[in-house]
Design a binder for this molecule. Sequence first.
Ligand code: FNR
Length: 189
Amino acid sequence: MVTIVGIAGSLRRGSFNRMLLRAAQARAPEGCAVEIGEIRGIPLYDGDEEAEHGLPEAVRVLRDRIVAADGLLLVTPEYNAGVPGVFKNALDWLSRPVADGERVFRDRPVALMGATPGMGGTRASQSAWLPTLRNVGTRPWFGAQLYVASAGKVFDAEGALVDATVDRLLTNFIKGFAEFVAEQRRGRA
Ligand code: FNR
């Protein structure tokens, strides 16, 4: 069984990105489990706080889940054509201290997807993540792309995925990423 930790980069109760993550979880292929990681409770990064108290509890919990898993799925909103601050802040904490950050990210298979009510499907935000993913040494998977636009029509009021095209693309995406994660794990064994 390969395990993928998925993180939706939004704190909003009605987050489309969380809906997309849940839909990915439900479509995980046999032999793959998608677990949901949380950024809620992670404070703003503060170097003094880190020096005095180390990593906050919410960061340690998320870090341990990622380290115990085989892959990481970032489900990103787009804010002003870039990465949402709350999501980047979480990743910045997870990269600290550097030796621990290496355990979290180095050679870790990572995939990106995202949803927006807008037309661009989070293309700008997903691209904006790339220098950060490179900086922390991840092994990004680019076998498929998933840009969910007009999210208000793709999910119903209960958060269920109701768009057949996105359903097919998402099923294909999570299957491809799970295969990549499994291959990477075999390669390390
Ligand atoms: C947005 N939104 C947005 N959408 C987009 O497609 N491109 C963008 O550049 C922006 N910019 C932006 C800035 C700020 C500050 C906010 C609050 C929002 C809209 C955004 O996609 C929308 O709020 C989504 O619903 C956010 O994702 P969740 O919370 O639904 O997962």
